[in-house]
Design a protein around this ligand. Structure first.
Ligand code: S3P
Length: 729
């Protein structure tokens, strides 16, 4: 049932009928003409008043101006079926909370606040269109106590209308909307109002052209609705208005002072921001999180490391939290989540499959689990960006769904080998097509899988996790054996979600049976040891350094970097060791001590697989020679890390010898120069650390992908004593 048959309500009615005319749509509105027109259009089946329609509705959509919602909620509550779900479409949310508090908990659980970012300056039923929401964003703002079933029902309604469903907290929503929507509307009303009051207003309007028409379009919006919006969102609106007034005062002063430099700087900043916004939001691939490939890092030589840091959340754990939280029953709350591009692409993929996800906001992510059978068919290929982990893990999950899907990525990911997961998945019955080279895109035909016993030819946590995820859905038992220990976050997290599995750590096996459910849980993501590794090495190689790294994940399947550095003589202490949510965590104290070259033990390779770029920098600063063999895997990471590191080290004056499966590095004096990161985040960050011991500045090109795993790296590095700046050309 739709309450209020204006532009939004009318478009919902038309859209639902256009998708499936057998759906019964009821509507109430004070304007009898709109109801009559809608019946004639067949966009609704019946009209009536709120009280009489309410008891018959499964979903009640309140499409009224914001202040009216508070008035109707108690009436709806009094008349609705207890199992119905209620939602709204208002562009302000926080003012509803007080009324919601007066209603019982059962109702609160079934009320899902929502806001379609669609509409136009036109209003009323006559302006409504069935396709108004196609490919537009709808923001749901459920509370942690809102029922995941109710959230899924509302999500599904918006999907039917073609919308992309996002999630935000109420507070963040109202702040963001005050800036992006409410402020521009206010300015449009204000500019027309100012001009109409001018003496020359007749002439002004006579000669006004496209610029005026563009800018003032929003002033044709509905006055009742917009006055409601500003009253309902007064606090956030006045805050952003203050900032705007301050900006105008500065601009006025610059004009008065004839300060062209100030005006130019402001206008150029605004132009480039808007151009980027248009490119990202109005080009075909624009909704994928994309990096600007022309970022260069410039690092000054020397320095020492001091202070305390908490680096961003663990990437592997963040990916797994999204995946398992999405298919669990109930609401999973994640804290410490990595807001890097890889993880954000995974969030977008699950949103595309109908999961409502709030955030991330300050490291918090809330997932309204849809259960193992609840994922919806993605309407477009799922873009995994730069992330091999996301692609390989999702391949396992998607192979077992009842729908088809396609996974693709950026240039680097589209060149990486996928047969390592595709082959065992095919043994489980999966139907997956790759390119002739076994690279993405992966075209997956969802089908029923059966469990297998699989001896992994290489110690890969991605392969193991892929098969375990497929195994959750497969018939019978999936039994995976690893040739050497590799990260076990999937096993630990599955246990945290209450999924039964058997592990024999000594034998390197893990088995699980399909058919059980996952129960939502809370996840505290520790700081990523792979990101901490850059600063561990930074402090270890710079004379006079002492650094505290807080809340670092020290899962024994990840601590190869500590073990290897300690064998090289590094001074690293673990303090305050504890276990949080099934994952070991500690604070690390690292002090400078001269390192010596070693032969890296083979069993440490999977435990330090991502840390070799920065370990090679440590080796370059060590006395003597370091040898790594048995690490061919490094050639198929985000770049060929053996070649990329050897080339960079050589250009800085270090002697290296490369092998198919490793490298020999002779410790020596690092000079300065230009290094190509090959678009690999870890190569870029490793050479940033190298500058601490270099005699001259180091320039590192193609560094945009640092944002895939370590947002804020440059700021953090500066905070502890590394003189690095980022430049976009
Ligand atoms: C990861 C596993 C590792 C690692 C990657 C993350 C994971 O890859 O390199 O960055 O989250 O499972 P492999 O398991 O393929 O070695």
């Amino acid at each position: 049932m739709i309450l209020g048959l204006g532009l939004i309500g009318g478009s919902i009615a038309r859209g639902l009928k256009a998708v499936d005319s057998s759906q019964r749509v009821l509507a109430a509105d004070l304007d009898g003409k709109s109801l009559q027109a809608a019946i004639e259009d067949k966009s609704i089946d019946a009209a009536g008043d709120l009280e009489s329609l309410c008891p018959h509705a499964e979903i009640i959509v309140i499409a009224l101006p914001p202040l009216a919602i508070n008035a109707v909620l108690p009436i709806i509550y009094a008349h609705m079926d207890a199992a119905a779900v209620v939602t709204d479409v208002a562009s302000v949310k926080s003012h509803i909370l007080k009324t919601l508090d007066t209603l019982d908990e059962g109702f609160q659980r079934r009320f899902v606040p929502g806001h379609p970012i669609a509409g136009s300056e036109q209003s009323g039923y006559q302006a409504s269109r069935a396709e108004l929401f196609a490919q537009r964003n709808v923001i749901l703002t459920p509370l942690p106590t809102t029922s995941p079933e109710a959230v899924a029902i509302v999500n599904c309604m918006w999907r039917q209308l073609g919308a992309n469903v996002l999630g935000m907290s109420i507070c963040r929503h109202d702040e963001v909307l005050a800036a992006t929507s409410h402020l521009p509307h206010l300015l449009a009303f204000a500019i027309v109002d100012v001009l109409v009051k001018q003496e020359l207003s007749a002439d002004i309007f006579r000669y006004a052209a496209g610029g005026f028409a563009d800018f003032s379009r929003l002033a044709s919006s509905d006055a009742t609705m917009w006055s409601d919006i500003f009253i309902a969102n007064a606090d956030a609106s006045t805050r952003v208005l203050d900032a705007y007034i301050e900006n105008l005062v500065e601009l006025k002063k610059a004009i008065g002072d004839r300060d062209q430099a100030y005006l130019m700087a402001t206008f150029l900043r605004a132009k480039s921001t808007r151009d980027k916004f248009i490119e990202q939001h109005f080009t075909p691939s624009g909704d994928n999180v994309m990096t600007d490939s022309r970022v260069t890092l410039q690092v000054q030589p020397g320095g020492k490391i001091a202070g305390a840091l908490r680096v961003p959340g663990d990437k592997s754990i963040s990916h797994r939290a999204i995946i398992l939280g999405s298919i669990a029953e109930g609401v999973t709350e994640v804290s410490g989540f990595l807001e890097g591009e890889d993880a954000l692409n995974t969030v977008a993929a699950f949103r595309e499959m109908g999961v409502t996800i709030i955030g991330p906001e300050a490291g918090k992510l809330t997932l309204y689990g849809v259960g193992k059978a609840g994922l919806q068919v993605p309407r477009k290929p799922l873009y995994m960006g730069n992330s091999g982990t996301a692609m390989r893990l999702l391949a396992g999950l998607l192979a077992a769904q009842s729908f088809d899907s396609e996974l693709n990525g950026d240039e680097s990911l589209n060149g990486r080998p996928m047969n390592r997961v595709v082959k065992p998945l095919r043994q489980m019955g999966a139907s997956i097509a790759t390119t002739a080279n076994g690279t993405p895109p992966l075209r997956i035909t969802g089908t029923e899988l059966r469990g297998i016993e699989y001896n992994m030819p290489l110690a890969s946590a991605q392969v193991k996790s892929c098969l375990l995820l497929a195994g959750l859905f497969a018939q019978g038992v999936t039994d995976v054996r690893e040739p050497a220990s590799c990260r076990d976050h999937t096993e630990r997290m599955l246990a945290g979600f209450g999924y039964p599995l058997q592990r024999d750590i000594a034998a390197g096996t893990v088995r699980l049976e399909g058919g059980h459910i996952l129960k939502a849980t809370a996840i505290d993501v520790p700081a990523d040891i792979s990101s901490a590794a850059f600063f561990i090495v930074a402090a270890a190689i710079s004379p006079g350094s002492s650094l505290l790294l807080e809340h670092v994940g020290v899962n024994p399947t990840r601590t190869g970097v500590i073990n290897i550095l300690q064998t090289m003589g590094a001074d690293i202490e673990l303090h305050n060791e504890r276990e949080i949510g099934g994952e070991p965590v500690a604070d690390l104290r690292v002090r400078y001590r001269q390192l010596r070259g070693i032969e890296i033990p083979t069993q440490q390779i999977p435990l330090a697989i991502d840390e070799f770029p920065v370990l090679f920098i440590a080796a370059a600063c060590a006395e003597g020679e370091t040898l790594l063999r048995g690490a061919a895997e490094l050639r198929v990471k985000e770049s060929d890390r053996i070649d990329a590191m050897a080339a960079g080290l050589t250009s800085l004056g270090i002697t290296t010898e490369s092998y198919d499966d490793g490298i020999r590095i002779q410790g020596g004096n690092l000079g300065g120069g230009r290094v190509d990161s090959h678009g690999d985040h870890r190569i870029a960050m490793a050479f940033t650390i190298a500058a601490l011991r270099a005699t001259d500045a180091i320039t590192i090109t193609d560094c945009a992908n640092v944002a895939t795993s370590f947002p804020g790296f440059v700021e953090m590095a500066n905070r502890v004593g590394i003189k690095v700046s980022a430049h976009v050309d």
